[in-house]
Design a protein around this ligand. Structure first.
Ligand SMILES: *Cc1c(COP(=O)(O)O)cnc(C)c1O
Length: 383
């Protein structure tokens, strides 16, 4: 290593996890597609346990990027989250979860884990009220930051410290921030997960997940990824490796675009409210500025009362209404009709999620082209 003790994340995206293979193989990792192996050789026998070569390279990159001892890749983000809960908790155990986690996580809790006898308390994200949520057999604390769709910020260092004092494993869904902008383990978190379907994959064509943490925790969880059948196959691991090589440039560009669009929307009279952690007016701005190296590509705004949401969405030509996020192309979603459609009207109202709230996943296009699309769709109706 050089005199600097840490490489830039952009370098780790390209080079971490690489293995030296015979020169004739070229500089890219060969794709191992076999589902069966000669067992006299030792090593890999069956790829649900682990596809050794492609898995090791991708896991090595993710561990390096998160500053973790170890990482594992899974067949989806939910596969990773399920394996964590089912590995670290048993019936009767208790966990604290941030209010407003990803809908699939809430559905896992309500649809599978609570019926199995695990117990959960939701927490409002204020570090001062966290200790009171813990019980004698609390095993796990799970948070997200920034959250979906309001982009609220949780103070990671303060939260991890309180969890550690109570001997509770701290676990964060780092999907929105990516390890390029936020490395929770450096702030004291024990375990990090990604829906790699989003920014890590980055091209809206892969379904996968990842976990990073101490070797001890990852070794406790990995057998359950195998038991649940949530292992990722070799072809997709190779595509994920290719995607992560450009993660830093994609995320930096998306983040710059989002910051610029946030500034323009924030001063536009056709917009009632702009929620972006990079804006000084955002309630989590100073905490975000301390724990993130950029504010990310996700941006939420509320259009003014004078503009109808449906025609606004119909008038967009480049930015397509779509539920996922983190791709190179910008997409928009109306949380009241998508991610939060299943909530009761009262709950949506309490959260401030109405039909005028729009969540933009900002891509890597030219920012003026994105602005032109938004500007035209806002249509001067209130001007
Ligand atoms: C999409 C998503 C998940 C679930 O990941 P899958 O890859 O769809 O299983 C979890 N958390 C967040 C924040 C997400 O956006």
């Amino acid at each position: 290593m050089t005199d600097r003790d840490k490489r830039a994340p952009a370098t780790d995206c390209v080079h971490a996890g690489e293995t030296q293979l015979p020169g004739a193989m070229g500089i890219n990792t060969p794709v191992v597609t076999s589902t069966t192996f000669d067992y006299r050789e030792g090593g890999v026998r069956y790829p649900r346990y682990v596809n050794a070569l492609n898995h090791e390279v991708v896991a090595g990159k993710i561990a390096a990027l998160e500053g973790a001892q170890a990482a594992r890749v899974s067949a989806s983000g939910m596969g990773a989250i399920s394996a964590v809960f089912l590995s670290l908790m048993k019936p009767g155990d208790h966990a604290v979860i941030l209010d407003g986690l990803y809908g699939g996580t809430t559905d896992l809790v309500e649809g599978l884990l609570e019926p199995m006898g695990m117990r959960f308390t939701t927490w409002n994200g204020d570090p001062d009220s966290l200790a009171a949520c813990f019980e004698k057999n609390t095993r796990l604390l799970m948070v997200e930051s920034p959250t979906n769709p309001l982009l609220s910020i949780v103070d990671l260092a303060a939260t991890a410290k309180i969890a550690r004092e109570h001997d509770v494993v701290s676990f964060i869904d780092n999907t929105f921030a990516t390890p390029i902008l936020q490395r929770p383990i450096e702030h004291g978190f024990d375990l990090v997960m990604h829906s790699a379907t989003k920014y890590l994959g980055g091209h809206s064509d892969l379904l996968c997940g990842a976990l990073a943490g101490s070797t001890e925790l990852i070794e406790r969880i990995h057998p359950n990824i195998v038991r649940l059948g949530a292992t990722l196959n070799g072809q997709d691991l190779a595509l994920l490796e290719r995607s992560i090589k450009t993660l830093a440039v994609r995320v930096e560009r998306a983040s710059e675009n989002a910051a610029e669009l946030a500034r323009r929307l924030d001063r536009d009279p056709r917009i009632a409210e702009t929620l972006y952690p990079g804006l000084p007016s955002h309630p989590g701005h100073s905490v975000a500025a301390n724990q993130m190296s950029g504010f990310g590509g996700m941006l939420t705004f509320r259009i003014a009362d004078s503009i109808d949401p449906e025609p606004f969405l119909d008038r967009l030509t480049m930015i397509r209404p779509a539920v996922s996020l983190g791709g190179v192309e910008s997409t928009i979603s109306q949380p009241s009709k998508t991610s939060h459609a299943k909530l009761s009207d009262e709950k949506r109202k309490a959260l401030g999620i109405d039909d005028r709230l729009m969540r933009l996943s900002v891509g890597i296009e030219g920012v003026d082209d994105l602005w032109d699309d938004l500007d035209r769709a806002l249509g001067g109706s209130s001007l």
